[in-house]
Unconditional design. Structure first.
Length: 554
């Protein structure tokens, strides 16, 4: 079915773009900084059909205009915010604020005869210079800085900041911090010592710790296979050798009905101790993850693809671990010393990560590397109500990603100061009127994050600026009212977040500035209203004609 569209041109199109971006930015701006406020919104994707959040990207996802042309502008800026969140984990609000500022500053300063193509090209060049300069100014994250970054990114929640900072202190740069909900009220963090993967015991017969509902195996053999074991007898001498060794066994593989019954029967009769875990995940990733586990525990991966026959499999093909704990949902293997095979496996995964392009592939490789290194933490977010838990989880998600970004590329002075300092500098030789104009536009736009933070705290940015000299990371902590070095005051931002927000915000602003025509869908509501109006008009005429009692003859 063809959709009705409207074409909008030149100044009218530009005005609709600006009004759409203003609508989005106004909603998101209120969440920025230590004085940022919560946004309450109807949301079909959240519990109870509503959400209360300070998360910029969540707010952005909820904004939609009745005007389809405005909505096109909203959608393209929102996509830039999504990309910022994907790459850096935070900075979504900053990217939207900068996009609006560059857009409006350009429109306000450009005259009809100016070359918009040249001006926007120069803005892009200047943004690249700013990003390079920020990279040079960033400093590595050490000690207490981790807690400071996490605290700021979680909307200045000290407890969450400490929890997240401690998690990354332990797991390190290559580590992974997972975030999930819990039924408890408190928010806690658990660390896995060794390899952890989803998948619990296949039967309650395997439980050894009845209080904790878990199976604990000390110094077990570990069999890793993607082959379904139909019966224990099909494994030849292997199970008998395990029994004679008087050591427990962990089978990571699928058991058929007969094998499962025999396995649990022998455990119940205390012939041997053991646990069976169905291989984690399905599809093409299963083989790779099973190979990861096999390498980590020193086992041979038993697969039909390798042509291994059960009659040839011996205890030497099984892996080992100091301890294995299997509960209803997860398995944790406490591995021993790193082996050459494991280090080679990790090097291979890191090489794949360097060449990875897809978001899903990058996340998967990061998770696998962290798991093999034993550097995994899980933050379980609690809350008294579903709304409180949702709002807190949004903040934890942002803070976890921002803290990781800080570990990757260092930190800058926070509170908008890093960009404020860049606004004061000259980035290239201003040898043409268009370059001078582009530099003035960008300089004005770069001050907006700093100003917005103060505006949200009901402060006057001009008065605050008079109290300190811009440069050397000097600034103002709007939370405490202190002036001084932002690093010493503990107000810092991940460099990756600031740079990514500027690049994406600038890119989308340039795209919108070069837009002169909008072809937008006519909203269904508008079409419906027009049709209803036609029907009402027809009825009115019918009533009018009825007054004269016209009669039609056949």
């Amino acid at each position: 079915m063809r959709v009705a569209k409207e074409a909008i041109f030149e100044k009218v199109a530009q005005n609709r773009i600006v009004s759409g971006v203003e609508l989005l930015s106004k909603a998101v701006k209120s969440t920025v900084g230590p004085h940022g406020r919560t946004v309450l919104a109807n949301s079909e994707n959240h519990t109870g059909g509503r959400t209360a959040t300070k998360d910029g990207v969540t707010v952005a996802e909820l904004i939609m205009s009745e005007d389809s042309a405005e909505d096109l502008a909203i959608d393209i800026v929102r996509e830039a915010a999504r990309e910022t969140a994907r790459l850096a984990g935070d900075g979504t609000s900053t990217s939207i604020i900068l996009a609006e500022a560059i857009l409006k500053e350009t429109i306000a300063r450009v005259s009809p005869g100016d070359n918009m193509t040249e001006i926007t090209r120069n803005i892009t060049l200047l943004i690249d210079d700013v990003v390079d300069n920020l990279s040079r100014k960033s400093i590595p994250v050490t000690g207490e800085m981790l807690h400071q970054v996490a605290t700021i990114s979680s909307n200045n929640d000290t407890e969450l900041g400490k929890l997240i900072g401690t998690a990354y202190e332990k797991v390190g740069k290559e580590g992974v911090v997972h975030v999930k909900n819990t039924k408890a009220i408190e928010t806690t963090c658990e660390f896995s010592d060794g390899i952890t993967f989803e998948g619990g015991y296949s039967s309650a017969f395997q439980i050894t710790n009845h209080k904790g509902k878990s199976c604990e195996l000390i110094n077990p053999w570990i069999l890793v296979t993607d082959r379904k074991i139909e019966s224990l007898q099909s494994t030849g001498q292997l199970i008998q050798d395990v029994i004679e060794s008087q050591r427990p066994i962990l089978i990571i593989g699928e058991l058929g009905r007969d094998a499962d019954s025999s396995f649990n029967y022998n455990i119940d009769r205390k012939v041997f101790a053991g646990a069976n875990v169905v291989p984690p995940v399905r599809g093409h990733l299963q083989e790779e993850i099973l190979k990861d586990i096999a390498t980590a525990v020193g086992a041979t991966f038993i697969s039909d693809k390798t042509g291994a026959e059960w009659g040839m499999v011996t205890l030497a093909d099984l892996g080992a671990a100091e301890k294995v704990i299997v509960d209803r949902k997860r398995t944790n293997i406490a591995k021993g010393e790193d082996t050459q095979a494991l280090n080679e496996r990790l090097d291979s995964l890191r090489s794949q990560l360097d060449n990875a392009q897809q978001e899903y592939e990058i996340k998967n490789l990061n998770d696998r590397i962290a798991n093999l290194c034993g550097n995994v933490a899980t933050i379980e977010v609690g809350g008294s109500t579903a709304d409180e838990q949702k709002e807190r989880k949004d903040r934890v998600d942002d803070a976890v990603l921002a803290t990781k970004a800080a570990l990757e590329e260092g930190v800058l002075a926070g509170g908008g100061i890093a960009l404020l300092e860049e606004a004061k500098l000259n980035y290239t030789t201003r040898d043409t009127p268009n370059m001078i104009l582009a530099a003035d536009i960008l300089a004005a736009a770069l001050t907006t994050p700093f100003r917005q933070i103060l505006i949200n705290g009901h402060m006057d940015p001009i008065k605050i600026l008079r109290r300190f000299d811009i440069g050397d990371s000097q600034g103002y902590n709007s939370k405490t009212g202190e002036y001084g070095n932002m690093f010493k005051l503990g107000v810092i931002d991940p460099a990756k977040v600031t740079k990514t927000a500027l690049k994406n915000g600038g890119s989308v602003a340039v795209t919108l500035l070069m837009t002169d025509t909008i072809v937008a869908n006519v909203r269904e509501q508008r079409i419906k209203a027009e049709k209803e109006n036609e029907v009402v008009t027809y009825k009115e005429y019918s009533i009018l004609f009825g007054m004269f009692k016209f009669k039609l003859r056949a």
